[in-house]
Design a protein around this ligand. Sequence first.
Ligand SMILES: *[C@@H]1O[C@H](CO)[C@@H](O)[C@H](O)[C@H]1NC(C)=O
Ligand SMILES: *[C@@H]1O[C@H](CO)[C@@H](O)[C@H](O)[C@H]1NC(C)=O
Ligand SMILES: *[C@@H]1O[C@H](CO)[C@@H](O)[C@H](O)[C@H]1NC(C)=O
Length: 585
Amino acid sequence: MGHSLLCMMGFFLLSTVIRGNAEAPPKPTVTLQPSRTQIYSGETVTVRCEIQGGEGAQWTYEWRRGQASIRPTSSEYRIIRAAESDGVGYSCRGRRGSFYTQWSDITTLRVTVPTKPTVTLQPSWTQIYSGETVTVRCEIQGGEGAQWTYGWRPAKLNTPPTSNEYRIIRAAESDGGGYSCRGRRSSSWTEWSDITLLKVTAKPKAELRADRTAVPVGGSVTLTCSVNPSSSSSSSSRWKYYWYRDGKSFQPVTNGQISVSEGGLYSCRGGRGEPVYYTEDSESVRIDTTASNRPVVTLYPNWSEIYRGETITVRCEIHGGDTEWDYEWETNSIRKPPNQNEYRIRSASSSNSGNYRCKGRMKSSQHKTTEWSDSVTLTVSDNKPRPVLTVSPSWLSPGASVTLNCQVEHPSAGWSFYWYKAVPDLSEKSSSYELLPDGSGTAQDSYIIHGQTHTAGYVCRAGRGDPEYHTDHSQPKFVWSADVHSAASLTVSPDRVQHFTSDSVSLTCEGNFTEWRVRKFSEDGRLSDCRRMTGSTCNIDTSESDTGVYWCESGSGEFSSAVNITVQSMLLYIYFLDLNDLDVT
Ligand SMILES: *[C@@H]1O[C@H](CO)[C@@H](O)[C@H](O)[C@H]1NC(C)=O
Ligand SMILES: *[C@@H]1O[C@H](CO)[C@@H](O)[C@H](O)[C@H]1NC(C)=O
Ligand SMILES: *[C@@H]1O[C@H](CO)[C@@H](O)[C@H](O)[C@H]1NC(C)=O
């Protein structure tokens, strides 16, 4: 029934066409599938010729494609993977036998090549900090208005529906990397965009610098806040700076550099973007204002050099007013003093050497300080000082007094003196010392002995401070007696003062004692013992170095009388004799 109706209508139409020279033949229309006149290269489009009311009739079709004719063809013309050359006008007409419809209007197809997409960042900083927010966008120039789907690299952005932009909220360092995209329409893709690099670095910390840490009287301090690295020079990425004093925001402007004259604990941070992304706060910088009081560092005692083990107090004194202060120290010594006004060094060592200076901080106003005091130098010597004793005269004469003199380095620096008599001690191969009467801690560096008649040895040492520090003992020094009538005596054989090299000389100790040693004090000031003792006798094959003063010391601590021995070269002696002969003549 439907079929016969269509047949009838076709017949009717045809008959109208043939019959009606008065009526114009029908005019087909060209339609596109998909129905847009602008497509992108690579897309597929179907061009169709439709004859209104001509359905069911057995048409053949002719096509014009630009200037060219295409035949024979059907009602549909399919362009697979359109190229730019397919962008021309299309028209058609139908034919049935010798009957032609009119040509359709020309439908022009435009085939465009989409430009390569670009990935843009919003804001357009290629370096952001973790926690900032950035939008990654795929833009296809010339592709506006078309329905695109998008492909992304990295692939993690390809979660459907794939969109032309991604917002990375609170970026992590793992969000850094290269981004690229492409677009798809129908089944064809654009090329990949170039890669846009995004760098996400750890949250930066602002840095606060001050040109000085104390406000000079009537002046100010310049503070500079910066964020490093300042990611980009473009103005949109410029930081604003936020300032804080004692934890409170105080500065209305957002400059990176400000001038302040008030004391306090200052810090800053940077911020940029919308909403504002803040950096970490800077370290705090303490800015003080200056009090007029001037502190002084003093050393107690004030010796210019002190020795290892001594006790000394370094003190910071601030005069003027009854302000209460906290104290700060600055020193280049290895050991830092604690923040008190007094620093007691109980057993000094060279590690305490250095320059010390101090300042006061007002207890009532923590940002008000004095200026630094002048530096005071503390020198701690690791040497143990050893005094030098002199004894005068060296040879006793009846009735004369013996004067001892003890010399130390830096003599004015608080020393007192200790005086000892040497007591021979043969077992120790040395001597022990016995304090002389009233010989303990004298202020004088000399000591006088009256009525000394026998050979004797002395030492001294010095001490100072509280607790008292002692020097080493001096080398022993002697006063000699030639008196052979004392309890012990020394005899020389051959019995003369002058000897010649290679003489055999024996020195014999005499007295009611069993043990002896023979000692020598040579011209160069050295003390030595005879090495070749036979009983109470010392034997020497003389050489010039044997010149010196000799005496005996007994096992029970007695000194004998002393003798000079001079050893001379025989040749020299003869030479002198000749000179004397010449003098005589
Ligand atoms: C050490 O202090 C005393 C007063 O205590 C003073 O007379 C002396 O000049 C000072 N010496 C030095 C080297 O400062
Ligand atoms: C020597 O000492 C002994 C006892 O120590 C004594 O008996 C003797 O008299 C002394 N001789 C002389 C000469 O002093
Ligand atoms: C030993 O020599 C010194 C000078 O070198 C002299 O003053 C002293 O009197 C001499 N002593 C004796 C006992 O000869």
